[in-house]
Design a protein around this ligand. Sequence first.
Ligand code: NAP
Length: 248
Amino acid sequence: MKLLEDKVALITGASRGIGQAIALAFAKQGAKLVLSASSIDNLAQTATMIQGAGCPAPVLTQANVSVADEVAQVVKKALDTFGKADILVNNAGITRDNLLAIMPEKDWDEVLSINLKSAFLFTKACSRPMIKQRSGSIINMTSVIGLTGNAGQANYAASKAGLIGLTKSAAKELAKRNIRVNAVAPGFIKTRMTENLTAEQQSKIQEQVALGRLGVPEDIANAALFLASDGSSYITGQVLVVDGGLVI
Ligand code: NAP
């Protein structure tokens, strides 16, 4: 029996990196997928990987995750196609790093909208069908930076800390309807988001990681799979740190 047999999963930011790895891991475990990115073309590679693994074609949707009407269309597409929504992964995210004193207001707003408001919009839209079906698992992609803060990332850290508050509040609110809400907090994972780090920065980070290596998207996908599956059915409101021991 596959871990997510017959479950319907919505995954945002599924075009590459961590979201792509989660989509592939969920597909291999039998989930029916509704994937989103800011353009459908960007999702082609993920769809090819999933079908190449012998899994059914995912439903591809376009949405700017910070725009309520576009989010509603993604959730509607899932319900129209599959009649339910069992799992939601709020993964889409961006960085706009700068020192606080010179950070443009628009960079603050954009990061907060795409990283945090998006999760509110998707959780709100998915909670209605999940409440009706009296089950669901919602996973928010936060970051160790949301726990520790980081110079040059005040906007990103605030958005990720905000996601933790949203996770805990939604967990308390939705638990009575058997909907679990958890967060995954990755450390440094090799994706496009971190590819601009210099070799020197990378080796400095690596020195601080107890397990001595940067993470790969599959490390995060495994954690998301656990939180999505019934194996975590007594876990809600938690932040699962997946950082190789960076923050201990
Ligand atoms: P990534 O490779 O840059 O991928 C980001 C994803 O978000 C892409 O699929 C992108 O889709 C989507 N996205 C960005 N803005 C969007 C928007 N306005 N509307 C819809 N989709 C949008 O990043 P990643 O490293 O995989 O990160 C995934 C998540 O993990 C993020 O929330 C990030 O903050 C978090 N995280 C990453 C790390 C790390 O070290 N990599 C560490 C901690 C937390 P498009 O194709 O549309 O651009």
